[in-house]
Design a protein around this ligand. Structure first.
Ligand SMILES: NS(=O)(=O)c1ccc(NCc2ccco2)c([N+](=O)[O-])c1
Ligand SMILES: [Zn+2]
Length: 268
């Protein structure tokens, strides 16, 4: 059916991109969509966020599976021993499920969230689900407090990011959609986080179809640094499974209306 055809083909081009997602993924037209432009002047520093410090604990893991989803790379990192709690997350504990990234054709764009209209060169998403209330990731993704995603901006600089390099070094093995491989190196998700732990937070959605409105977003203020070469390697992934080469040069959704949602900040 047409639904199946479109579902198989959503992307970021004018004919299947963010402007037409709502035709087949009704939630994409909802009132709590992500990403958003973070207007720093309206962010309210909410005292009770300061009280409940956001805490995270991750395991270091080797042999994590990385795959080419056709829309980018994704590292499956189900970590039953990980915990993300506090801050805007109430009393619930969230567990790491996967992490992935968004980027653009040039380093002038690529992030999904923007800050006062400024885009960064890319954005890393560490996706967690509410294990206090729900029994699985898929179930959690059906509820307004089901997921918590940490967003980390990429700035381009001269130092190569060693942890990102562990990802980059596997990309030649997953050039085509559907391919996967194991990352031999030990990955510690903590190393993806900036040293400054101030963040903005608001209620939003998945930034790709089906755009479920199930995400508590936590976007760190301080970017981490990657090199242009590392981003160039991201752009060499193919969106196709066969010989045809259609590079994944852009996989970010533009900002959606914040509407009357609260945007809170915490200067940890
Ligand atoms: N860019 S994001 O972090 O908001 C994001 C988007 C989509 C999905 N998945 C698509 C999905 C979820 C349920 C059914 O299908 C995920 N995720 O799965 O972590 C994260
Ligand atoms: Zn994402």
């Amino acid at each position: 059916t047409r639904a199946r055809v479109m579902a198989a083909e959503w992307g970021y081009s004018p004919t299947n991109g963010p402007d037409v997602w709502a035709r087949l993924f009704p939630q994409a037209g909802g009132a709590r969509q992500s990403p958003v432009d973070i207007c720093t002047s309206i962010a309210s520093s909410d005292s009770n966020l300061e009280m409940k410090k956001l805490t995270f604990a991750y395991e270091s893991q080797s042999d994590l599976r990385i795959l080419n989803t056709g829309h980018g790379w994704k590292v499956e990192a189900p970590q039953s021993g990980s915990r993300l709690e506090g801050g805007p997350l109430g009393e619930d504990i969230y567990q790491l499920e996967q992490f992935h990234c968004h980027w653009g054709e040039t380093s002038a764009e690529g992030s999904e969230h923007t800050v006062d209209g400024r885009a960064y060169a890319g954005e890393l998403h560490l996706v967690h689900w509410n294990t206090t209330k729900y029994q699985s990731f898929a179930e959690a993704a059906q509820h307004p407090d089901g997921l918590a995603v940490l967003g980390v901006f990429f700035d381009v600089g001269n130092e190569s990011n060693d942890e990102i390099e562990k990802i980059v070094s596997t990309l030649s093995e997953i050039k085509f959609k559907g391919q996967f491989t194991d990352i031999p190196d030990v990955i510690d998700p903590t190393t993806f986080l900036p040293s400054g732990l101030g963040y903005w937070t608001y209620l939003g959605s998945l930034t790709t179809p089906p755009c479920n409105e199930c995400v508590i977003w936590i976007v760190y203020k301080e970017p981490i640094t990657v090199t242009e070469e590392q981003l160039v390697q991201f752009r060499c992934l193919s969106a196709c499974s066969g010989e045809a080469e259609e590079f994944i040069v852009k996989n970010y959704r533009p900002p959606q209306p914040l509407g009357n949602r609260a945007l809170r900040e915490c200067n940890a």
